[in-house]
Design a protein around this ligand. Structure first.
Ligand SMILES: [Zn+2]
Length: 337
């Protein structure tokens, strides 16, 4: 009977006989506690569960395989050579993790042990285990990219910066001055791209690299789209878009390369914040740059004074030789004014 049930569900699957044996073993093991007359239904339910769990396992393996392979950079040609390289990079990356970190990660990702079980075993909490797993994944991604690219990091700071970016940990990113480092370190700027793509899962925050005129248009459009999710009046949307294109134009014109990060805010109230960073020469005299009489464009555009008037909050920080950061915010206006 068990064999019939199993075969009806999995056909001539190579595991069919294993499933039959597993079912019979379970039924026999439980037989002492099963009420007389219930043996047959018990066997049927057990057989179904055993079959279902095989599909779940296969499904989980497929999903986890995807999760591990997913760590690779996109757009690689699909060849055996590349696959071998990916596997060897992953092996190298795993080897660079601490023994305990690696064991916990593999138990969770490959064996499917949940965070509660892992926490109970370690005398910890599920939340702490989940946070540790996130940190391990962030490190693994960095080590993977480094191994795949066979990159030698030029400074002591590089690894800390890459890990902070990979984990999407903003407090840590500020501590290690990640943004500044990316502007100065060619290698980290390149390596962080695949790391940031994964980190950029928040949909209330956009990062737009700015290097040329077309980026101004993209940044402008992206900021407007993001802002339109709040209750901004049409005129405010135009104001925000204009301010964004103005700071982007500054980057293209005076620094050559930089980025704009646009983010929706909930606290202290709803609004949109724009941070424009560049690694350019910096502004030697900020007061003068913000003076209405002083136009950075020789008469064209609003200039920074104009942008400051458009936005509700405006701050500028500049370090000669290290670039400029403009941070500005527009608050959503309540309908009664
Ligand atoms: Zn670096």
């Amino acid at each position: 009977m068990v064999r019939r049930i199993v075969h009806a569900r999995v056909g001539s699957h190579p595991s069919a006989e294993d499933l039959v044996q597993e079912t019979l073993t379970r039924v026999l093991a439980a037989s002492a506690t099963i009420e007389p007359g219930m043996l047959e239904p018990y066997a049927i339910v057990t057989a179904r569960n055993v079959v279902a769990s095989m599909w779940r396992d296969a499904d989980r393996r497929r999903r986890n395989q995807h999760r591990v392979v997913d760590l690779s950079t996109p757009d690689l040609p699909d060849s055996q050579v590349v696959l071998d390289e990916e596997q060897s990079a992953m092996a190298t990356a795993l080897a660079r993790l601490g023994e305990r970190e690696r064991r916990t990660l593999l138990e969770h990702e490959v064996s499917g042990t949940d965070t509660h079980t892992l926490a109970a075993r370690a005398g910890s909490t599920a939340g702490a285990v989940a946070a540790q797993l996130n940190r391990t994944r962030a490190r693994l991604r960095v080590e993977y990219v480094l191994a795949a690219e066979q990159a030698e990091l030029p400074t002591d700071q590089c690894r800390a910066v890459l890990i902070a970016l990979s984990g999407g940990d903003q407090r840590r990113q500020r501590e290690v001055r990640a943004a500044q480092h990316l502007l100065e370190c060619e290698l980290c700027a390149r390596l962080s791209e695949p790391l940031l793509e994964r980190g950029q899962q928040r949909d209330d925050r956009l990062r737009i690299p700015v290097t040329a005129d077309p980026d101004i248009v993209s940044a402008r459009r992206a900021a407007r789209e993001l802002a339109s999710r709040l209750d901004f009046a049409a005129t405010d949307l135009t104001v925000i878009a204009t301010a964004v294109s103005e700071v982007c134009r500054n980057i293209v014109r005076f620094a050559g390369t930089g980025e704009v990060v646009v983010e929706l805010l909930e606290v202290p109230r709803r609004g949109i914040q724009v941070v424009a960073r560049d690694g350019g020469p910096g502004i030697p005299d900020i007061d003068r740059a913000l003076d209405d009489g002083f136009s950075t464009y020789g008469g064209l555009g609003l200039g920074l004074p104009g942008v400051r008037r458009l936005m509700d909050e405006f701050a500028i920080a500049s370090e000669p030789g290290h670039g400029t950061t403009v941070t500005m915010t527009k608050w959503e206006r309540t309908h009664d004014g």
